[in-house]
Design a protein around this ligand. Structure first.
Ligand SMILES: [Zn+2]
Length: 454
C-alpha cells in the first residue's frame, strides 16, 4: 500500500534542534507504513500508488508526540477551576475514586480521538488511579489506543500513600507497595512490545513523591531496569511540592530523585518547572527527559518551565497536554503556540521560534520517549507518522510562512493523519472511531462519575 503526497510544503524536523530541512514544494512517499522518500519537487517517477494526495496549499509535518497525559480525566473536566495543584487534587481524588474500566475506556477513546484530531500520532498516558473494584483500567486504555490507532506509551502508575499514611488520595485508590509492583509487572508482561515501530509500550510510573513512598519509588527503578522499560513520574511541578519535599526529606525534588535512582536516559519527568541551575545541569548530564505541559501549568498557575535552559543543557524535552482535568482542550496542536509564547514571556521574544515549538512537539517528544530512531521526523526508513495540514482556508491562506501558520495561527484542519501509514484522520474527520458515538458515551460517563461523587 503506497501513498504519494506531492506539491506540499514540508517541514521534516530532521535537525537535532530547530525544525531542520524544509521544502517549499516537495513530496513524501509512504510504503507499507514506512517513509520511502521525502524531498524537493515531485515524487520519484515510476512509483505506483494506491493513494495520491495533491498537497497544494498544505504543510506536511511529522505526527505530534504527546509525552504526558491522563486520559481518564477526559471524563472529569471542569472541576476545581481556580485552584492550586494540591487544592485541585483534593477536590478531584474523590471524583476519580469512582472510575472503572468502562469509564476509563470511554474517556480514553474520546481523549485519544481529540489528540488525533489535533495532529498527534503517539501519546504517553500516565494512569495512576487504580480503584480496588475498578476492574482492568490499564487494559481499557490500551484497548482504546488500538481502536483509535495511535501509538501508546502506557505508563502504569501507582500510589501507596493514602490519607491514612499522610498522603492526599483517599485510601480506596491507593495500592500496597507489593500490589503496585506486581500490578505494574503484570502490565509490562501483558502489553509491552519493544519491537521497532511498535504501537504499545509500557513504562513504570509511581505518581509523584508526595503520593508514593520512598520504598516504592526505589523499587520501581529496580522493576523498570529489570524489565528494560522506561520510568516516569511527576516532579518539580509546584513550589508547594518543593516546600513539602524540603520539610519531609531535607532536599529538593530533583535531589530526592537523584537519591532514589531516578535520573538517567530511561527516565522522564512531567512538568520539571522548579529546577535550580545545578539540577538543570544534572538532568542534562544524565540525559533525563522532561515533558513540558504549558497549558496545564498555566491553568494551575504552577510556573513556567526553563525549557530553553533544559534544551541547552542537553535535556530531552517534549510537549504534553497533561490530563484534561487541568487542560479541558486536551489537544496537542495548541501546545506548540503555548510553549513558544510562555518561553517568550519568560525570556523575551528571541528565546523561542515557531520552529522550536514544532521541534518540541515532534522530534523532542520522540527523544523523550526513547523513540528518536523510529518517529519524530520525516526521514527515509522512519515510521510513516505524519500530518498533512490544510492551509487554504480563510484562517491560514496568505500567511507568509507555513510553519508560522501552523504554530501561530488557529490550528488548521487535517487533510490527512497517518500513524504507521494507517489513515487515522482524513478530510478533518477521525476515520477509526465515530466521534459522535464517543461524545455520547462520554456524556454518560461524566454524569455517572458526578453522580457517584454526590
Ligand atoms: Zn500529570
Amino acid at each position: 500500500m503506497r501513498t504519494i503526497i506531492e506539491n506540499a510544503a514540508i517541514a521534516t524536523v530532521d535537525g537535532s534542534e530547530g525544525a531542520g530541512t524544509e521544502y517549499r514544494n516537495g513530496h513524501v512517499v509512504v510504503d507499507r507504513g514506512v517513509i520511502e522518500a521525502v524531498g524537493d519537487g515531485p515524487a520519484p517517477p515510476g512509483l505506483d500508488a494506491q493513494r495520491y494526495v495533491d498537497g497544494t496549499g498544505c504543510l506536511v509535518t511529522p505526527g505530534f508526540v504527546n509525552t504526558h497525559h491522563h486520559l481518564y480525566q477526559w471524563a472529569t473536566r471542569g472541576y476545581a477551576q481556580d485552584s492550586t495543584l494540591f487544592e485541585w487534587l483534593t477536590e478531584l481524588y474523590p471524583v476519580w475514586a469512582g472510575i472503572d474500566e468502562k469509564i476509563v475506556h470511554t474517556a480514553a477513546v474520546a481523549g485519544l480521538t481529540r489528540l488525533a484530531s489535533t495532529g498527534c500520532t503517539t501519546a504517553a498516558d500516565h494512569h495512576y488511579v487504580i480503584p480496588r473494584d475498578g476492574g482492568d483500567v490499564f487494559g481499557a486504555t490500551v484497548e482504546a489506543a488500538r481502536q483509535v490507532g495511535i501509538r501508546l506509551h502506557g505508563v502504569r502508575g501507582s500510589m501507596d500513600r493514602g490519607e491514612s499514611a499522610g498522603g492526599l488520595p483517599p485510601d480506596s485508590i491507593v495500592e500496597t507497595l507489593d500490589g503496585a509492583l506486581s500490578g505494574t509487572a503484570e502490565a509490562i508482561d501483558r502489553f509491552h512490545d519493544p519491537s521497532p515501530g511498535s504501537f504499545v509500550r509500557v513504562a513504570v510510573g509511581p505518581c509523584s513523591p508526595f503520593s508514593v513512598s520512598e520504598d516504592l519509588m526505589r523499587k520501581a527503578t529496580e522493576l523498570a531496569r529489570d524489565k528494560g522499560v522506561r520510568l516516569h513520574t511527576h516532579l518539580a511541578e509546584t513550589l508547594d511540592e518543593e516546600r513539602q519535599c524540603l520539610e519531609e526529606y531535607g532536599c529538593t525534588p530533583a535531589e530526592l530523585a537523584d537519591r532514589l535512582g531516578w535520573l538517567g536516559e530511561d527516565v522522564w519527568f512531567a512538568h520539571g518547572i522548579h529546577f535550580s541551575d545545578d539540577a538543570v545541569a544534572r538532568l542534562g548530564a544524565t540525559g533525563t527527559g522532561v515533558a513540558h505541559c504549558p497549558t496545564s501549568n498555566s491553568r494551575l498557575g504552577a510556573g513556567i518551565a526553563r525549557v530553553q535552559d533544559l534544551v541547552h543543557a542537553g535535556v530531552p524535552v517534549g510537549l504534553g497536554v497533561d490530563g484534561a482535568a487541568s487542560n479541558e482542550d486536551g489537544g496537542l496542536g495548541i501546545e506548540l503556540r503555548q510553549a513558544v509564547y510562555l518561553a517568550r514571556q519568560k525570556n523575551g521574544p528571541h528565546s523561542a521560534t515557531a520552529r522550536d515549538g514544532l521541534w518540541l512537539a515532534t522530534r523532542g517528544g520522540a527523544r523523550v520517549l526513547g523513540r528518536e530512531a523510529e518517529i519524530g521526523s520525516l526521514e527515509v526508513g522512519k515510521q510513516a507518522d505524519l500530518a498533512v495540514w490544510r492551509l487554504t482556508g480563510m484562517n491560514h491562506t496568505g500567511i507568509a510562512d507555513p510553519v508560522a501558520a501552523l504554530v501561530f495561527g488557529a490550528l488548521p484542519p487535517l487533510a490527512l493523519l497517518l500513524a504507521g501509514g494507517r489513515v487515522i484522520v482524513e478530510d478533518d474527520e477521525v476515520r477509526t472511531v465515530s466521534e459522535s458515538d464517543a461524545a455520547t458515551a462520554l456524556a454518560v460517563a461524566s454524569r455517572v462519575l458526578a453522580e457517584k461523587r454526590s
